[in-house]
Write a protein that binds this ligand. Structure first.
Ligand SMILES: [Zn+2]
Length: 314
């Protein structure tokens, strides 16, 4: 199983187009000790031939071009991308599907609630079903493993299982529509594995509601994985408020911060087996600065901070 991190930033990327925070200013000025990053995107393959995307980033077009394995191989129209698995309906996590609209057969896995948000409430997604067999939507059930197959139903050798982490749907979903959806299908973590038993967990948005659940059951799930890609969006709960002067807390936005006694660094300190990597890092997060104390603290705690272009084999 090969895993490629095509993008490692949270929504907006790093730098973000309208942001002049110290990080974004420094990276534009060329004085930043650290790397620019595109919006979070992971691709996984069992055979390095057929690839599945976890989510579909708004930066997907450039990420595909930057990744030789994802370029067309034969014929005039072809893609090694067989499908995508969606963890939520966030714009930063699904907009890339619209970039894959060129009548290329794909299979997209989602919960019924996320599929309904995209396909029933957003007419633009009709571009993905202009012809029969274009995008095949496949619903999955929380907690139950499902095989990843291409649009023709051929098995990839990969299995996925989704864990419910939160009940917060994107702000663009009206309260009335949210009332028609299943709350537990709003925000998921994905565990992808192979028959060999190697597994990777992708947890780009772990909200407050999951904090009490960073208990033995969830820790056990993480401990059984070989790689953990975990929510590194914010360093502190009031990060955006301190930088902008107003706004929401990390918890209100559905992200447990990295630091503090209730943060992920402390709560996941007991994990021993998986390689621990922060992903989905917001441009304001001070741990992006490799010259800073936050970066040092994270690295000394045994965590890595994902960068675009990383690849590993499991
Ligand atoms: Zn910024």
């Amino acid at each position: 199983m090969r895993v490629k991190i095509l993008g490692s930033a949270a929504g907006g990327g790093f730098p973000q187009w309208n942001c002049a925070c110290p990080n974004c200013r420094a990276v534009r000025a060329g004085t930043f000790r650290g790397k620019a990053r595109s919006q979070a995107q992971v691709a996984i393959s069992a055979d390095s031939h057929s690839w599945f995307l976890l989510g579909a980033s708004p930066d997907l077009r450039a990420q595909i071009e930057a990744t030789a394995e994802l370029h067309p191989r034969e014929g005039v129209r072809q893609s090694p991308i067989a499908g995508a698995v969606l963890a939520n309906a966030d714009i930063d996590h699904t907009l890339g599907l619209l970039l894959l609209r060129e009548l290329q057969p794909l299979r997209v896995y989602a919960t019924e609630s996320v599929r309904r948000i995209l396909c029933e409430h957003n007419s633009m997604f009709a571009m993905l079903r202009r012809v029969p067999g274009q995008v095949t939507w496949t619903d999955f059930t929380l907690g139950r493993p499902f095989p990843l197959q291409n649009a023709s139903g051929e098995d990839s050798g990969l299995q996925c299982r989704a864990l419910s982490l939160g009940t917060q749907y994107p702000a663009y979903v009206s309260p009335a529509r949210q009332g028609e959806l299943t709350p537990g299908e709003a925000s998921l973590g994905l565990v992808v594995g192979q028959s060999s038993g190697k597994r990777i967990a992708y947890m780009p948005a772990v909200p407050q509601i999951a904090v009490p659940q960073i208990n033995e059951a969830l820790l056990e799930q993480f401990e059984s994985c070989d790689v953990l890609l975990f929510d590194g969006t914010f360093w502190s709960d009031d990060e955006l408020i301190r930088i902008q002067g107003s706004g929401k807390t990390a918890y209100q936005m559905g992200h447990v911060p990295v630091s503090s006694a209730e943060g992920s660094l402390a709560k996941l300190a007991g994990l021993h087996h998986p390689r621990k990597i922060y992903i989905h890092i917001n441009n304001t997060n001070p741990m992006l600065n490799e010259a800073g104390p936050e970066y040092r603290q994270v690295r000394e705690a045994g965590w890595e901070i994902a960068e675009d272009g990383w690849q590993f084999d499991l």
